[in-house]
Design a protein around this ligand. Structure first.
Ligand SMILES: [Zn+2]
Ligand SMILES: [Zn+2]
Length: 761
């Protein structure tokens, strides 16, 4: 029976949903999952109908009416409503915000595809020929256009294409139309939302024993419906082949697969491996137009795509019958959305979604996150280990070079050690290729006056600015602010500014000086604007035109170049001293991933890691390719400190133009939490409304702060934070619920609640 009231979720942080009356004429059309236009204060907004009600939860005379039902068919089905409801609850945001994240912009605007005009003759052939013959000689261009049209009958040509072929201007074709000799027919350009390629027969890959065991485990677990399998495979161990076979099982049953990959790994090579096996795949690139996104979304929803590949947001792809989710490189930070809300982690959303759909999840990585490894260790996830590379290839030996020692011995500042240089000469002389990795772009990382100690800092963020020599600017990597650097110190006007530290530009210069005979390329966000540039650099390296490739994390993962026999980590220290409890984990992951680029061909390979911390666990463990050593030592420390995976975190960041205002707000929020941080929660926090009652955490919260964020200033605003630690999820939930009403903020002051934060800066 049609209902007289509806609950509508709006994309506003203030509340989850609002009640509206459904005018009688809209009652037949309105269904749950449709969007509606509603009045809100003095504006009109579009929201999602999430529930139909017989009676509103507020007084009926205060309820306003829905203006319009936007969609003829529900845009969101029951499963997606329930998943986004979970996202909103878990990540402490509004339901409408979660729904917006689940639907690409092109879907919300229902952007339609481009239409083009196709030129057709307006007369039959005989009459057209007669018309051509009747044209005066000075109109020979019109005659040429008509001749071309006649000779290419059946081709679909736009006026521009026809003009080009006939050697005239488009105006000539338009004139023919005005004279009634041709007409235009609009045609929708189909964007091929789902690639329908003839799959190549699967290459006759024989699985290694380890791959077969992993696949057997996956098949075994699938029988139970929902399960999570952590596929821990060293670099080059053939994880993708295991994914492909597991997906093959699911597709054979008529179900669909979602494959999440970090955006940086969404390369043609990755995609072609899937295309080779499955005829109908949808790839969710970030560079799709809104129209393409919408068509693709429809195709996915209709079940046309067997496999959906995409970054983080693909976890919401509306496949009708989900069979499996693969999260490749599951340890990657890019799976966490930082801004705007919902600040969700796609890996964790994938697990919840799969659980509801009774589907299987494969988390794949050479360096699993400690959270996932811990879950496998205590039996919550199944665990499959690929400890060996395919084709009998060996893991490359790693040499650690102590750069403090190196500078002591050479008595100068060096970025490339003598050992690395010697091995480079050896590799290049043997006709092999070299990759050098440094996770900092730009030329120098600090521009500094030795006389008065003045450092060039961003006026808006207070962080040191990075000098970019090619563009001759000092650039803030956080806000994009840039200055023209001067030789003379702007502070004391006497000292000369000097450059400290090295980024990829400086390494490129140094290598070009040392190895003038070998072509080299640099790959970082400065050299790869636009997808084509990215591919061009990789192609040049693949075919051997480039012998040395220098790059940031862009070259750290996924790439497979058999002729690379030497990989150099220019500095393993860049992440080591970040004020972040995951600094050691990030360093280990990065060094291990980079090392994995070496020795992927028959000639083997080796790795040189330069560091000032040769005895740091991250460096030592990566040098031995010993994940277990690293993970178990690091997990012991996390347990001691109550950090994830042994505790749960909520990070609250307050930004305001004035530091005092941010601090005051932070203190207010902290005082709100004080009752929760003692073992017995105070009664005054128990709201009379049972829906907003704060659950009793089983144990008390630890509140760190208020304190300035490590990045205390960003884009001209001050930042303060609270870090809330709880041994259980209930504590974090209670804290988030208590803070949400106070987190509305304003244009000047913003409060963000980040559950399971990844960025600690
Ligand atoms: Zn100075
Ligand atoms: Zn800045």
């Amino acid at each position: 029976m049609p209902c007289a009231f509806a609950r509508v979720a709006l994309n506003l942080p203030i509340a989850d949903a609002f009640d509206y009356a459904v005018p009688p004429e809209l009652r037949e059309r309105l269904r749950v999952g449709c969007r509606v236009r509603v009045p809100f204060r003095s504006r009109q907004l579009v929201g999602y109908c999430v529930e139909l009600l017989a009676a509103p939860s507020i007084e009926p005379d205060r309820v306003r009416g829905i203006i319009e039902v936007v969609d003829a068919e529900p845009l969101v089905d029951a499963a997606m409503l329930s998943l986004t409801r979970w996202v909103a609850d878990y990540y402490a945001c509004a339901w409408g915000e979660a729904l917006e994240a689940a639907l690409p912009a092109g879907v919300r605007s229902q952007a339609t595809s481009r239409t083009v005009q196709i030129v057709e003759p307006a007369l039959d052939d005989a009459h057209l020929r007669a018309a051509i013959a009747a044209l005066p000689p000075r109109q020979r261009k019109r005659a040429a256009a008509l001749d071309t049209l006649l000779s290419l009958k059946g081709e679909e040509l736009t006026p521009q294409q026809l003009a080009q072929l006939a050697g005239c201007k488009a105006q000539v074709v338009h004139a023919l139309r005005r004279e009634g000799l041709v007409r235009y027919r609009p045609r929708v350009v189909t964007e091929h939302p789902v690639d329908d390629v003839e799959p190549e027969p699967p290459p006759a890959v024989e699985l290694t024993d380890e791959q077969q065991q992993a696949l057997d485990l996956i098949r075994e677990r699938r029988k139970a419906g929902f399960a999570v399998v952590l596929l821990h495979g060293v670099t080059g161990s053939g994880k993708t082949e295991v994914y492909l076979r597991a997906i093959g099982d699911v597709v054979a049953e008529g179900k669909q697969a979602i494959v999440l990959v970090p955006e940086i790994s969404l390369t043609p090579q990755t995609i072609s491996r899937f295309k080779a096996r499955f005829p109908r795949i949808a790839v969710l690139h970030s560079h799709l137009t809104p129209g393409q996104r919408y068509e693709q979304w429809l195709a996915i929803r209709n079940g046309q795509a067997q496999v959906v590949i995409g970054p983080r947001s693909a976890v919401f792809a509306p496949v009708p019958s989900l069979g499996i989710v693969v999260v490749d490189e599951e340890h990657e930070n890019t799976y966490k959305q930082e801004d705007p809300a919902p600040r969700y982690h796609a890996r964790d959303v994938a697990i919840v979604r799969a659980q509801r759909a009774r589907a299987l999840v494969i988390l794949g990585s050479a360096t699993p996150s400690l959270e996932s490894f811990h879950n496998a260790r205590r039996g919550r996830y199944a665990y499959a280990l690929l400890a060996h590379r395919v084709r009998g290839l060996r893991m490359p030996p790693v040499e650690v070079v102590d750069m403090t020692e190196e500078m002591h011995e050479t008595k100068r500042v060096v970025f490339i050690s003598r050992r690395l240089e010697a091995l480079m000469r050896e590799a290049l002389a043997a006709d092999a290729q070299v990759m050098l990795f440094l996770n900092r772009r730009g030329y120098s990382t600090l521009v500094f006056c030795p006389r008065c100690k003045h450092a060039l800092r961003c006026p808006r963020c207070q962080v040191p600015m990075v000098y970019h020599r090619r563009r001759n600017i000092a650039l803030c990597h956080y806000c994009g602010e840039h200055l023209a650097p001067t030789g003379l110190c702007p502070a004391c006007k006497v000292g000369q500014m000097r450059h400290f530290g090295a980024g990829t530009e400086r390494i490129e210069d140094e290598i070009a000086r040392k190895f003038p005979a070998y072509p080299l390329a640099r790959m970082d966000t400065d050299t790869t604007r636009g997808r084509a540039a990215h591919q061009r650099l990789l192609d040049a390296f693949r075919c051997g035109a480039t012998r040395i490739l220098i790059g940031t994390q862009m070259i750290a993962k996924g790439l497979d170049f058999p002729r690379v026999t030497l990989v150099g980590v220019v500095s393993a220290d860049s992440a080591l001293y970040l004020p972040d409890f995951r600094a050691a984990e990030r360093t280990f992951q990065l060094v291990e991933q980079v090392a994995g680029r070496a020795g992927r061909g028959p000639r083997g390979g080796r790795v040189v890691v330069q560091t000032s911390n040769p005895h740091h666990l991250s460096v030592l463990a990566a040098a031995r390719h010993d994940y277990k050593l690293f993970a178990e030592t690091e997990l012991d420390q996390r347990r001691e400190l109550g950090y994830p995976p042994f505790g749960h975190l909520l990070r609250v960041v307050v930004t305001a133009p004035a530091s005092a205002a941010a601090e005051a707000k932070c203190r207010e929020l902290a005082s709100r939490l004080a009752p929760l941080s003692s073992p017995a929660p105070s009664a005054e926090l128990q709201s009379p409304n049972p829906q907003s009652a704060i659950p009793n955490p089983q144990s008390h919260l630890e509140i760190l702060g208020p304190v300035e964020c490590p990045l205390a200033n960003l884009k001209g605003k001050s930042r303060w934070q609270l870090l809330i630690k709880s041994p259980d999820r209930a504590g974090i939930r209670a804290a988030a619920r208590a803070l949400r009403p106070l987190a509305a903020g304003s244009a000047k002051l913003q409060v963000t609640l980040d559950i399971d934060p990844v960025s600690m800066l």
